[in-house]
Design a protein around this ligand. Structure first.
Ligand SMILES: Nc1ncnc2c1ncn2[C@@H]1O[C@H](COP(=O)(O)OP(=O)(O)OP(=O)(O)O)[C@@H](O)[C@H]1O
Ligand SMILES: [Mg+2]
Length: 599
């Protein structure tokens, strides 16, 4: 049991040192901290022995030795200055560490693959980067140095005490051992509790982050009370755990107080007897009692340190777990230069959930510089094909090629640079409209080019009407814009990226028929000289495609042009009939449409 506790403690200590190492504090800074700790400890070690000298000299000669008083003050002052400066240096290491680990966590998290984020609450990386690093910083900045100098003082004090009077020291040791044996099980219980508290707090953070991110949904469905009721359970758990901690603390505090007082009484009684028997001087007894503080205070400090160490080790473990996740970058080869060509899916097998394949042997060709449309019922896998093309997910088997090369031979950055996506849910980030338009753009863009794109995306009028125009902030998730405005910004963003492959996932689904019609021209212009793959439930978007794939049950069940499919595919006809009824509401020319959808 004790062996296990020691190994466990060493593990935690090592984990903490590893994290400190991330701060890269440098040998100079660490040496300075070490030296100042020794200096501080020496000062507190010298103080009692010098007091002993002072008292014995004074009681022998009957007058105060002023030079000794001067030295005593100098030693105390020196020790305080050393401790103060050390506190600053340790805080510096702590803060540097905080910044470095946070930067590392972010740099790691941002390159984690999409499936990681599918399976992890979005508050998780934030909780690692903010809460856990703060816990680690707390123990490093506030408890680490006192622990080291406390350890030096404690060991040295025990040695000095042994030399001063071994019998008195033996009594002291026995008393302390009893106190230690009483507190160990209580401390173990505290450790266990603090783990549960941290877990429960992480759950709480995840829960509220998610609920507030979806505040409109909550309000629209009157789910405020339901949300509060759900969070109440976690809050009650936290309260119960907190109460248990407080109870233990309430037991610990008097035990610690009683230990100090009874140790003091035992030493005083036993020491006074020895003084009266002439075995030790009164100076020695006073020195002994002063050293006692040198032992008791570090011991109290240690209980805090170990409690914090436990928390910090837990935090460090979670940070390490995240840092050890496999980044999507690591599969790169990155030696190849991008060349446009036909894109082919060859026998692609893919499943999100184990044993439930979405695609079994999917074969498709997207000819270079053509417009290809994907149609199929909701859930047929259209967006998933885009996700595979963007390498958000890896096929289980099979290959995706561009020209003669597998797309997996390119570095991720290089590949994605050549593929622009207009996503189904058109998210925007907080920042200005311009920030959103130029997201990820490496090169500066001239005002003229920007205006051209804005015009093509039918955004000019809209931008003119808002104060600050392009510089207007759009808010997280673009909440200050309408669905159609967001889509037009997403289209303009893709236009600016000017990449040879363009993926449009329901890019125009939120636009009214007139705007869509106007934009269609811009989209057609955009499609020139690039491979454009569109997915749409609207007939108007797919009708002029060079090639249409009809997806059903994870397979291509028909392919061809609109006219061809209207003749050959019953399922396509079925789909078109539904699209047609949807389009009637969009005021398009009914006769023209009637002609288009008649086989
Ligand atoms: N991240 C994911 N994890 C697990 N399953 C997923 C994930 N994303 C999609 N799916 C599942 O994969 C299937 C295909 O989804 P996909 O989004 O590709 O459909 P879609 O054809 O784009 O549909 P829609 O027309 O409604 O946009 C669906 O059954 C869906 O539930
Ligand atoms: Mg979709």
């Amino acid at each position: 049991m004790r062996f296990y506790v020691t190994v466990n403690l060493m593990d935690k200590f090592k984990r903490l040192l590893k994290i400190i190492n991330y701060a890269n504090p440098g040998k100079g800074l660490l040496t300075a901290i070490g030296l100042l700790s020794v200096l501080g400890a020496t000062s507190s070690l010298l103080f009692p022995v010098m007091t002993q000298k002072l008292i014995d000299l004074a009681s022998n000669s009957g007058q105060l030795p002023t030079e000794w008083i001067g030295i005593l003050i100098a030693v105390l002052l020196g020790g305080s200055v050393a401790s103060g400066y050390n506190f600053f240096l340790v805080g510096k290491v702590g803060n540097r560490m905080l910044v470095n680990i946070r930067a590392k966590i972010l740099a790691k998290a941002i390159y984690l693959p999409v499936p990681y984020f599918d399976n992890t609450p979005s508050a998780e990386p934030a909780s690692r980067a903010v809460n856990d690093t703060e816990i680690i910083n707390g123990v490093v900045s506030q408890h680490f140095e006192p622990f080291i100098s406390g350890l030096i003082t404690l060991v040295a004090s025990l040695v000095i005490l042994w030399i001063l009077d071994w019998q008195l020291t033996a009594v002291l040791f026995a008393t302390l051992m009893i106190a230690f044996l009483i507190t160990v099980p209580i401390a173990a219980k505290l450790t266990q509790l603090s783990k549960s508290v941290q877990k429960e707090e992480a759950n709480f953070l995840s829960f509220i982050t998610e609920r507030f991110a979806q505040i409109r949904l909550i309000k629209a469905y009157n789910a405020e009370q339901e949300t509060l009721a759900k969070s109440q359970q976690t809050l009650t758990n936290l309260y119960d755990l907190g109460l248990k901690e407080v109870r233990i603390g309430a037991i610990m505090a008097p035990i610690a107080g009683m230990t100090i007082i009874s140790t003091l009484i035992i030493i005083l009684v036993f020491g006074a007897t020895r003084v009266s028997q002439g075995e030790i001087t009164i100076g020695t007894l006073i020195a002994f009692i002063l050293y006692l503080f040198n032992i008791v205070f570090p011991l109290i400090q240690f209980t805090y340190f170990f409690a914090e160490l436990n928390k910090a080790a837990g935090a460090a473990e979670r940070v390490e777990e995240l840092l050890e996740e496999t980044s999507e970058q690591s599969t790169n080869k990155g030696e190849l230069c991008f060349k446009p060509g036909d894109i082919t899916l060859q026998n692609v097998h893919f499943n999100f959930e184990p044993k439930v394949p979405l695609f079994k042997r999917l074969n498709m060709v997207f000819p270079k510089n053509k417009k290809i449309a994907l149609v199929g019922a909701s859930g047929a896998g259209k967006s998933t094909i885009f996700n595979l093309l963007l390498r958000f997910y890896q096929p289980g088997s099979g290959n995706i090629k561009i020209g003669d090369h597998s797309i997996f031979e390119f570095s991720l950055e290089d590949w994605r640079k050549h593929v622009a996506l207009i996503a189904q849910d058109t998210p925007l980030l907080s920042g200005s409209i311009k920030d959103n338009l130029t997201l990820g753009l490496r090169q500066e863009i001239s005002q003229r080019d920007l205006e051209k794109v804005i015009d093509a995306a039918e955004l000019t009028e809209f931008i003119k009407t808002i104060p600050n125009g392009l510089e207007a902030p759009v808010g997280e998730k673009g909440v200050k814009l309408s669905g159609g405005q967001k889509q037009r910004i997403a289209i303009a963003r893709a236009m600016l990226q000017d990449s040879p492959v363009l993926l449009c996932d329901e890019a125009t689904s939120n636009l009214d028929a007139t705007t869509e019609h106007k934009l269609q021209q811009a989209m057609n212009n955009l499609a020139v000289n690039r491979t454009t793959i569109v997915s749409a439930h609207r007939l108007s978007t797919v009708i002029d495609a060079d090639l249409i794939y009809v997806l059903k049950g994870g397979n291509v069940i028909a392919e061809g042009t609109h006219e061809g499919l209207m003749k050959n595919s019953d399922y396509y006809q079925e789909l078109v009939k539904h699209q047609f009824s949807a389009l009637k509401t969009n005021n398009e020319n009914p006769q023209q449409l009637e002609a288009l959808v008649t086989p």
